[in-house]
Design a protein around this ligand. Structure first.
Ligand code: MLT
Length: 243
């Protein structure tokens, strides 16, 4: 049976997927949730590149698998499609986008990298990012999820944050990579996501005519933790359809 590899967002860690691991494992699926290099229990990579982040998550995988990447995890999945397309038997792009950064966004990332290293902590980053990462519904109605996400961001090492920001700042546009990909694909986004809104999802769906699109209601950018049941159902459905 095909394995499912779940790639987490920035600047959290593999625990973003705890609800999916529990649900899909009970449903008999083999699920891998590697930490992206530097986050969770993993080592900060030598190089601040998307290639280094992609190689770090691929090392425990070992066979062609279905990959689901959320936001930064989606950028990493696009890098895997560039480097090792033979490893991807199905692709789920969640709350992510195919475009490269604008000059302004790139400059902002490099500034955040420097600021976090100088501060030596990620508490201020958590304050700045939580309102953007989480949707209005979660922020107003789901304090436990807000606290969990805050805890993950505060646990991130400044070196990991800086490395990932520098790698993402240099990532290429991936529209051509998605056009070349002919395998099964799903595009999922939160209805309240302002970081990668509907227009970004449309670009990915247009690049992959075979892709199915699914909006997750009452979710911001971190759909896996904001609306876990809806995401679990969507993932189990595609795993059943694609094998
Ligand atoms: C993420 O959730 O991984 C980030 O929003 C990605 C990004 O900074 O572009």
């Amino acid at each position: 049976m095909t394995h499912l590899v779940l790639l987490h967002a920035f600047p959290v860690n593999r625990h973003l997927w705890d609800d999916q691991v529990e649900y899909l494992t009970k449903a008999g699926r083999r699920v891998l949730t590697p930490d992206v290099a530097g986050f969770g229990d993993s080592q900060v990579p030598q190089e601040a590149t998307m290639t280094a982040l992609a190689e770090s998550v691929l090392s425990p995988v070992g066979q062609p698998s279905v990959f689901a990447g959320l936001s930064m995890g989606g950028y990493i999945l696009m890098e895997i499609l560039r480097l090792h397309p033979e490893m991807v038997s199905g692709a789920v792009f969640m709350d992510t986008k195919a475009s490269a950064d604008t000059e302004e966004a790139r400059a902002q990332r490099l500034q955040v990298a420097d600021a976090v290293l100088a501060a030596g902590q990620t508490r201020d980053l958590a304050d700045a990012m939580l309102p953007k990462l989480l949707g209005e519904t979660t922020r107003s109605q789901n304090a436990p999820v807000v606290d969990r996400v805050r805890g993950w961001i505060e646990a991130a090492r400044p070196e990991a944050v800086a490395t990932a920001q520098r790698a993402m700042a240099d990532r290429p546009d991936s529209v051509h990579t998605l056009r070349r990909y002919e395998g099964p694909a799903l595009v999922v986004w939160g209805s309240e996501d302002t970081i990668s809104p509907a227009a970004d999802q449309r670009v990915m769906l247009d690049a992959m005519p075979q892709a199915v699109g699914r909006e997750i209601p009452e979710s911001g950018h971190l759909s896996a933790v904001e609306q876990p049941s809806a995401v679990n159902d969507v993932l189990l459905e595609v795993l059943s359809d694609w094998q």
